[in-house]
Design a protein around this ligand. Sequence first.
Ligand code: IVH
Length: 682
Amino acid sequence: MPTNTDHHTDPTAQAIIAKMRPLIKSLRQHNNAYYVLDDPQIDDSEYDQLRRSLVELEAAYPDLIQPDSPTAQVGDAPLAHFSQIEHDIPMLSLGNVFNVDDLGEFMRRVNDRLSDAQQHPAYEMELKLDGLAVSLKFEHGRFVQAVTRGDGKIGEDITQNVKTIRNLPLVLDAASDIELLEVRGEVLMPKAGFARFNKAALERGDKPFANPRNAAAGSLRQLDPIAAASRPLAFYAYSINQGLPDNIATQSQALAWLNDIGFTVSAVQVVADLDAAQTYYESVLAQRASLPFEIDGTVIKVDSLDLQQQLGFLSREPRWATAYKFPAETVMTIVNSIDWQVGRTGQITPVGKLEPVQVGGVTVSNVTLHNFGEIQRLDVRAGDTVSVHRAGDVIPKVTKVWTEFRPADSEPVTLPKTCPVCDSPVVLPEGEALARCTGGLFCPAQQQEALIHFVSRRAMDIDGLGERWLISFFEQGIVKTVADIYHLFEHQQALLTLEKLGEKSVANMLAAIEVSKNTTLPRFIYALGIKGVGENTAQNLAQHFGDLPEIMAASIEALEAVPDIGHITAESVHEFFRAQHNLEVIQALQDAGVQWQRVEAAASEGLPLDGQTWVITGTLHQMARDEAKAKLQALGAKVSGSISAKTSVLLAGEKAGSKLTKAEKLGVNVVDEAEFMAMIAQ
Ligand code: IVH
């Protein structure tokens, strides 16, 4: 595995061997999981990275190569129970490129080996199908044999299993004159079939396969062809290796002919140059998720078969083709440190600072570890090797900690006792996932985050006031509270002296601030950044109470009657409006001209449950509690979180506890879930 230390600087042999041993152990274990059990525990990219780390060590210290190193083996060993067959022509593999520069380099190398007149040949591009390579033989147009790639020279006879693949033509009328036709291609399991197959396996109590490629591999190695026949496999042809018809001169013609005579082939395109190749690659990458099968990139081949012959092979790879692979979505790297960040409402979240890596096409150097519980679950520590996964636009995630590569002196992470920014005590409230700084708005990190939240698009939407400037104003003391934003115009001269802030930006900023003064009540409430009050809750509060003074005056009980608000949020809202500092800021905002329209409270008059107060307790099975609450409110009822003499009805689900006892004591009407469902069905 990659390490931060440079192992070229006078290492002792022991230290090098100590690095090799866990790599060897891990590779052997993963080889077995992959080749023998068809049940890989890691991604291909992770496996490649492990292998590369070992290969690099072995290249630097050839004297120390361990006798049992798995780098000495190539490919997958043929299994004993299938008969072994030697390929007429070895089945080789492809080199890889990962970016347009390296693809350009590949094309240059092709040109260098061709005469002037032959340079800049046309290329043909295909999908790189993520299945298993097989070689098929047809004698006089009749399918006679299928062999796996094996180690490239010798493969396994899987004729009986391949025969059951439904899209494979077993008789080729158009090839009846060809004595021996060898077609190679990929056997794969389409995504939909894989999902169905795995679901059925789970229902039977069998272990599902990790991915479609392993499902295809496992299916081809089924010793029982009847069982193999039930696997949803498909064959995609990609080359003619013997028996090429005379009139075919290019790879694109070969695939067109294979398609004509009954084979399935993947999307193919002939491209003239690097730009066109890049365009094809990008369009395939964009379609990746919507394709019916998995691919891990594209393949680019010199189109002319003559030129292919001329270019030949270099060791195990053709010089005339390469795989242009998609960026790896799971990559291993090192956690340099684990930092704690303080959020707007004081939540303290751990962030892994990584040795930067390319994952899914972008460089990732930070990864959120969510909360202390997640750190404990993963047992991740500073110095650890981890796998980081990022697919599409999804945020990067640590998916594995490689404890076998952990430094001997590593220590478990502990929750900080004090806030890393303001040094106030940190608490982890009972039953909550996130630890919190108790510094409140005394904590600069919380002040700063509160400002950023206030101007954000879904809050006050002050577009012209970017985060960077806001932080800079905060650091200079020009903006301390959100209300100070509306006094920025008084500092116009000071702003203009700031580096990189031109007259125009200042004017735009001030104009945006001015515009934001006319806002809506839900936005304003959301912008205040009260703990537990997201956009929905802000909307509900506004609708329920109509205006700010009513919300500010509301009791905890009254707040609990608002849809979506439970006891904790009700307390948080209540507490927020009892803090003198907050009241002053709100007053200052209004004095500066921030205003909104009153929201007309939803009328409950005339609704069936108007005037009733309900409480919900216990577990409901037919709907979520929030849903039940919304239904009751739609019928005109108020929903409260606690039982009192004023409660009209208690809806008691399963395992109702103290609330039920209290309701019975107070003589409050109780309904169970079935009665409630019957009632709302009317
Ligand atoms: S052509 C000389 N075309 O990729 C090798 N291979 O990494 C020519 N593969 O073993 C192979 N899609 O299993 C070729 N359109 C495609 C392919 C493809 C997937 C696989 C094949 C091969 C491996 C090499």
